[in-house]
Each structure stands twice: as structure tokens, then as C-alpha cells.
Design a protein around this ligand. Structure first.
Ligand code: NAP
Length: 260
């Protein structure tokens, strides 16, 4: 049992009341579950995404008694990332950034064309980095902030027929560590979550392939695919003061996949 008389434990270290959390791509899948989890922990959430895509999540947060705003942003549009990022930090104090938006291109490496390659890198890596830059700058100046990026098991492994995605997610792990090194001395913790195989639109093709689906499941000690909600707790933890001494870490949440 926690002794609440201990310094710093007068409230739960996981409590996010009074914090503003920005989440990208929160309309469905992992982003939606993370936004709801952060809101449940007390944070006001700002949902960044393409027009209309985050409205239902906003409604769900409001219905549960939380606070949510929606801001339109295509993470693959560099100019828009710079502009929306600047407007966000001008209009409010952002305490937490969760970089969740991501896309995957499944095709043989010999068939990948430059435009498809570029699009994956633009959304998964370039948009992520420059949004970190915009929202991280005032965190560094203030001496306080949390950044959590959704990486992947393909931050460690090569995957099958997903070269651009693996490249982008390896880079997300690298950016996470680079920013942790630079911003840690200024009180900003930068971490990532590497989800295992989670049942979202991102993995529909794998689940529809009976052989892939079976071989994936056979390697997961938990004996099941993950659900988007399995990622929310890790995001709350890394966004909270419970993780003040966690920095530059890529936290695997995979039902044990990497232990095999
Ligand atoms: P998802 O259901 O396909 O959701 C992707 C989200 O990203 C959607 O909300 C989507 O918005 C948003 N998004 C895509 N392109 C965008 C853009 N250009 N601008 C703004 N938002 C954009 O997949 P998910 O599984 O939840 O994926 C979330 C993150 O987890 C991704 O970074 C993914 O790589 C990562 N991840 C997933 C798994 C898994 O097994 N599912 C495993 C490891 C990592 P729209 O609705 O507008 O398209």
C-alpha cells in the first residue's frame, strides 16, 4: 500500500489532472485508446488528425466527462505540421505529446516506388520529428514535459514486406533516444512504446492471412493478439510523473513476443 504521507505521493503518480496532452491520429485504433486512457487519468486532450477523423473520439471523451479539442492536421504535410505546432504552443501549454499517427505500406521491396516510400517516411518520421520540435521547444524552456512516440517491434526487427515502415520505426527509436539525450537535462522525458501485434486496421491484412495470423499467434506467449486498449496503460505511465526517471526507453508491450 502506498504511504501518501511520503513526499511527492500526496496524489497518485499516474494522475494527469491539470495536464494537457496532444495525441496524433486519435480517431481509431491505438490513438483512440491512448486518448481515452489519458483522459481517464485526468488529462485534457487535444486530438490531431485529418478532417473529421477525430470527432467521434472527442465525443467519447466528452461523454465520459473529460475535456477534448480537435485540431486538423495531416502529419505528412510538413508545412502544416510547422504551422499547427506553432499555433498549438501559442494557444496553450502542452505538457504531453503522444506521437501515434502512422501508416504502413505492405509490398515487396523490389516494387516500392519513391512516392510510397516518401509518404511513409513523411508521416511516420518527418511529421513526428518536426511536431516534437515545435511542441518540445517550450517544454525545454519550461523545464517540464513528456513525449511518447508509438514505435513498433519493427523498431528492432525487419518485418516482412514492410521496408519503409521498418526504416521509419527504427528511426523513431533513434529520434526518441536522440531527443532524450538532448532534452533530459531540461526536464523533458522522451520515450516510445513498441506495441506487439495489435488488432487494428494497421494489421487487418495479417489477420486475414490465415498462415501469417497463425504463425504470429503461435509466437505470442500471452496466447492472443493485443487490443488497442493494451497500449493505453503504458502511455499513461510514460506521460506521468511515475516515469520521471524513465528517459530514452522503448517500452515493448507485446504479450511477450520479444521474449521468444
Ligand atoms: P490505425 O488503426 O491504422 O490508425 C492509424 C491512425 O493514424 C489513424 O487515426 C489515422 O487517421 C492516423 N493517421 C494516418 N495517417 C495520418 C496522417 N497523414 N495525418 C494524421 N493522422 C494520420 O493503426 P494503429 O494500429 O492504431 O496505429 C497507430 C500507431 O501504432 C501507428 O504509428 C502504428 O505504426 C503503430 N503500431 C501499430 C501496431 C499494430 O499492431 N496495430 C504495432 C506497432 C505499432 P485516419 O483515420 O485519418 O486515417
Amino acid at each position: 500500500m502506498i504511504d501518501a504521507s511520503l513526499p511527492g505521493l500526496s496524489r497518485s503518480p499516474f494522475d494527469l489532472h491539470g495536464r494537457c496532452a496532444v495525441v496524433t491520429g486519435a480517431g481509431r485504433g491505438i490513438g483512440r485508446a491512448v486518448a481515452l486512457g489519458l483522459s481517464q487519468a485526468g488529462a485534457d486532450v487535444v486530438l490531431l488528425g485529418r478532417p473529421g477523423s477525430n470527432d467521434a473520439t472527442r465525443e467519447a471523451v466528452l461523454a465520459a466527462g473529460g475535456k477534448a479539442d480537435v485540431v486538423e492536421l495531416d502529419m505528412g504535410d510538413h508545412a502544416a505540421v510547422a504551422q499547427v505546432g506553432a499555433e498549438l504552443v501559442d494557444s496553450r501549454q502542452v505538457d504531453i505529446l503522444v506521437n501515434n499517427a502512422g501508416i504502413i505500406d505492405r509490398e515487396d521491396a523490389v516494387d516500392v516506388d519513391p512516392a510510397a516510400w516518401q509518404r511513409v517516411l513523411d508521416v511516420n518520421l518527418n511529421g513526428l520529428f518536426f511536431l516534437c520540435q515545435q511542441l518540445g521547444r517550450p517544454m525545454v524552456e519550461r523545464g517540464h514535459g513528456k513525449i511518447v512516440s508509438i514505435a513498433s517491434l519493427l523498431s528492432f526487427q525487419g518485418g516482412i514486406r514492410v521496408a519503409s515502415y521498418a526504416a521509419s520505426k527504427h528511426a523513431v527509436a533513434g529520434v526518441t533516444k536522440a531527443l532524450a539525450n538532448e532534452w533530459g537535462p531540461h526536464g523533458v522525458q522522451v520515450n516510445a512504446i513498441a506495441p506487439g501485434y495489435i488488432a487494428t486496421d494497421n494489421t487487418t491484412a495479417l489477420r486475414e492471412d490465415a498462415d501469417r495470423s497463425r504463425s504470429i499467434l503461435e509466437r505470442i506467449p500471452a496466447g492472443r493478439w493485443g487490443g488497442a486498449e493494451d497500449i493505453a496503460g503504458a502511455a499513461v505511465f510514460l506521460s506521468s510523473s511515475a516515469a520521471d526517471y524513465v528517459n530514452g526507453h522503448v517500452l515493448v508491450v507485446d504479450g511477450g513476443w520479444m521474449a521468444r
